[in-house]
Design a binder for this molecule. Structure first.
Ligand SMILES: [Zn+2]
Length: 119
């Protein structure tokens, strides 16, 4: 990994190269057919994508290897990609607002007026 290139950019660059190839379209279809056109993680048949079990970045020679491919739906796929890239779990929306409310409830005298207004 070069200096100045984030892990995420590095990941995208390798992945994009494999996905541009016409060969990829054929292999991708084979993988989906093998998995019965369902996400192997949650079983849905909506918004399917084909994922490399071992990222292309780590094993370019396995990019078109059926045994290294699995069918995943978009939500499962992006969750996996985020984990691989090292971003961990996404921030839960409203988490900060919840924290603030808990803090205010712990000090009711200070913020009674504000709470009433919010409700
Ligand atoms: Zn899924």
């Amino acid at each position: 990994m070069g200096i100045g290139i984030s892990r995420r950019d590095d990941y995208k660059r390798h992945s994009a190269r494999a996905r541009k190839s016409p060969r990829w379209a054929a292999v991708r279809f084979e993988a989906k057919r093998r998995d019965g056109f369902r996400c192997v993680s949650c079983g849905t048949s909506m918004r399917l994508e084909v994922d490399h079990k071992i990222p292309v970045r780590d094993a370019p020679e396995l990019a078109y290897e059926l045994s290294n491919l699995q069918t995943l739906c978009l939500p499962c796929h992006s969750r996996k990609t985020k984990t691989e890239v090292g971003f961990g779990l996404p921030t839960i929306p409203g988490k900060d607002a919840w924290k603030k409310l808990v803090k205010e409830l712990a000090n009711p005298n200070q913020s009674k007026e504000r709470l009433c207004l919010n409700l």
